[in-house]
Ligand binder design. Sequence first.
Ligand SMILES: Nc1ncnc2c1ncn2[C@@H]1O[C@H](COP(=O)(O)OP(=O)(O)O)[C@@H](O)[C@H]1O
Ligand SMILES: [Mg+2]
Length: 403
Amino acid sequence: MGRIIIFTGKGGVGKTSVAAAHAVASANEGKNTLLVSADMAHNLGDIFQTEVGGHTKKVRENLSLLELDPDMLMKEEFPNVNKAITALMGSSGGVSVGNVGDNFIIPGFENLFSLLKIRDIYESGVYDRIIVDCAPTGETLSLLKLPELLTWYMEKFFPVGKVMVRVLSPVSKVKYKVTLPTNQAMNEIEEMHGQMVLLQELLKDPDICSVRLVCVPEKMVVEETKRNYMYLNLYDYQVDRVFVNRILPDDTGSDFMNRWRDIQKKYMNEIESVFTEVPITKIPWYSEEVRGEDAIGLLADRVLNIPGLFDISVRNEKETYEAIDGGYCLTVKLPGADPEEVKVAVHDMDIDIKVNNYNRCIPLPNTLRGASVTDLEFEENKLRISLKLKDAAEETGKDVSQP
Ligand SMILES: Nc1ncnc2c1ncn2[C@@H]1O[C@H](COP(=O)(O)OP(=O)(O)O)[C@@H](O)[C@H]1O
Ligand SMILES: [Mg+2]
């Protein structure tokens, strides 16, 4: 079984360096490894001091590089998915739809093609390990939530099967203010739906894929890393290691830098108190840039010499429903969330968990459709949502979810 590791973090903290060091360490173990850049500001070529570009390039035994170009992928490799997305967008008119909470037209949706390509490469079985160097936090979160968001959207507005489309057409137009696409476009949407489901299964497979965070011990970066961790959990991604880069030595030899070392210590303590469930790896601040294969090789040897580095060391529990009096309690992992910024609402078929500008719609099991939220409780790293079942009388009278 292959392995995918996704690296993300704030801009400039060392994501590409750490991802590249993983790729080299992996190749050194004799595993055929692909280092992929999904950051539009590609710099694998710069780090390995070679031209890379949009096609896989083997740089040495067991190590290949690829800089993904979503525009090219969209046109050359996934023209049908592109047509499906156009059909979806055309039919929603680009307006905010129902309770998605976001405008359907998502800036950067074209990066989805990078994920689809990564899945294709994974499925080809050529590589034992795929190391993905991602864009800074916000963009990566937008990217990682896309497969689920699109799947949700398609299931909600474009029920699978042409017969259903005909039956639902007039209803959906009135209820959701969207026009359903033609039958031909519908095929493409169905096809894309299948791809999105498989993509999600892969990215959330606890034996295959994990996300590793890279940060530095500085206030703004630590704040962003904590939030990133929370949002990744909200979207049910498995974070299995945190790298803290650019750590100053105990004695820097200068008062000025010793003061910075003390500041770093303070934030290091904070990181250690937040990421209690995730292994933390520290990386020293070197006196030179990490450029060229030799420098990356040194980073790999000195820092990534960790037994089981490529194993997934953390297992997220899946969301659970537990029976309580009059309903169910849904538990979602949401480490470090501020109760003030979390909003939960049930919209007949889904539960919508919103933390600041990030929201996730989780389809509810049939028994819970139309349930109401009666209580929110924060417990360690978890959010517990109490849901009361809709009573039978209400159910027959008010259920408008079916035509
Ligand atoms: N531990 C380190 N010591 C010294 N320089 C580093 C270290 N980590 C990264 N760098 C340098 O910092 C710059 C940014 O690193 P990079 O890996 O490109 O970050 P990102 O991908 O997060 O933007 C690069 O010039 C890199 O060589
Ligand atoms: Mg980078």
